[in-house]
Design a protein around this ligand. Sequence first.
Ligand code: SF4
Length: 273
Amino acid sequence: MIQPLEHDHNGQHPSTDGLLDHISASTVKLYLTCPLKFWYKKVLKLSEPVSPSLHLGKAVHAALQHFHRARWRGECHERTTVIEAFTQAFNAPEEPLVYPDIDTRQTNHDKGIKMVEAYLDSEHGQMTELPLGVEVQLEEDLPVLPSPVLGYIDLVRVGNVPVDYKTCASTPNVQLEAFQHEVQLTLYQLLIESATGEKVEGRELVFIVKTKVPKIIVHRLAPASEREKQRVLDIACAAVDGIYHERFHPQPGMHCAWCSYRSQCAKWTGGAR
Ligand code: SF4
């Protein structure tokens, strides 16, 4: 159990208890990108408005989830039902949104429908094999790490291949993306291997690109080697160590451009936050 910090926040003592009940790829990434942002988001739980692109991405994700889950269950997965799932998710966001005006919102909605349609028409969307699982939640104890690892995997394909969907604004550099998502994909591989006792035959990133005519790009990676797995476990350990020892300091960089906590961060002096 982590002890609460001494610092006051609105007259209360923010507690880090429970932060390491489990860890996930997003916890590791958030902490290592900026420990102070992690503090604002995970300890103080300061709300963060959802940008239009994140809002769109979540709704597209919900539509693809609906599509593959319906296939997996042998239920109706016709285009109209998938578009309906998209619109439903788009109209019911969980967090406050940032839209400059109603037209931008409508444009985003229309763009989202085109992206979902592009996916359904793509080779990936037309796959005949049934997934082994959709939105698979796994929680496993992995070697070295003191906390269990929790993961939600978008899709698990034949060969135990974890698939993660990414929406992006322009054609991605897939090698760079694979490097940036190394922790996520390798933790998924480790989770599947631990849960099934079977081999994972690959890892897959599927990009739904928000260009005028949306594109679908599939990037299949080889399974992580033993050395690559160890590297990711060591990266995760570094994050757990920092959280456990409550090292919550700013880490300025390019990522500050889209951080919602810049004004709070500017007041940070190394003492009370
Ligand atoms: S502004 Fe930058 S350094 Fe400050 S909390 Fe945000 S990401 Fe971290």
